[in-house]
Ligand binder design. Structure first.
Ligand SMILES: CC(C)(COP(=O)(O)OP(=O)(O)OC[C@H]1O[C@@H](n2cnc3c(N)ncnc32)[C@H](O)[C@@H]1OP(=O)(O)O)[C@@H](O)C(=O)NCCC(=O)NCCS
Length: 161
């Protein structure tokens, strides 16, 4: 799949993020690299995963990782907001979701700061690489919610709470 390259400028905190496609595979068809402004360094990866039913349902799950030495500075939140904005303006998505471990506080906070609503917690439904069972926290935002809220709450560069 061809994906246009976009540059997102987060002017309030002077972050510039370059998102461009880096590859794809069956379970993760839309994989996007998060690059330093001069594109010399890959800072992380993100994507729209198609794990919530048939493509015609227009559901996508946002996935993301940020390399350790770039984390904790607002990059994950900025990229999530960009993916939500991009997903609801340039892509056909009607629902964007986010799932993470019940133990992953950074990921839960990123979803909340990105304006996603917490929908619930699946108890002991997954297994970590070390063999421990774990909970999964589920978040999502709907296109109509984003359209209603983006002015006052979501499409700003300040934390929504
Ligand atoms: C989740 C992740 C993408 C966040 O990226 P990031 O650039 O660190 O995020 P931000 O700097 O925007 O921080 C977002 C929130 O996470 C918190 N956070 C960041 N790193 C943290 C850490 N190590 N421990 C606890 N909280 C942390 C921040 O403090 C902030 O919360 P706050 O508003 O309460 O202060 C990154 O931690 C990561 O790659 N994790 C591993 C993969 C993963 O969990 N992906 C998400 C599910 S697909």
């Amino acid at each position: 799949m061809e994906l246009s390259r976009i540059i997102i400028s987060e002017t309030n905190d002077e972050q510039v993020i370059v998102l461009k496609e880096v590859g794809g595979e069956r379970a993760f068809p839309i994989v996007i690299g998060i690059w330093a402004p001069d594109e010399s360094r890959l800072l992380g990866g993100c994507g729209y995963h198609l794990r919530e039913g048939a493509l015609g349902l227009c559901n996508a799950e946002i996935g993301m990782w940020i390399r350790a030495d770039a984390a904790g500075r607002g990059l994950g939140t900025a990229v999530l907001r960009a993916l939500v904005r991009w997903g609801f303006t340039e892509w056909p998505w009607l629902r964007l979701s986010w799932r993470c471990s019940g133990a992953n506080r950074a990921s839960q906070r990123t979803a909340e700061r990105g304006g996603l609503q917490r929908e619930g917690r699946l108890r002991s439904n997954a297994v970590d690489p070390d063999g421990q069972r774990r909970d999964t926290c589920c978040y999502a935002i709907l296109r109509e919610e984003w359209e209603q809220l983006r002015g006052p709450a979501l499409d700003t560069h300040s934390a929504p709470g």
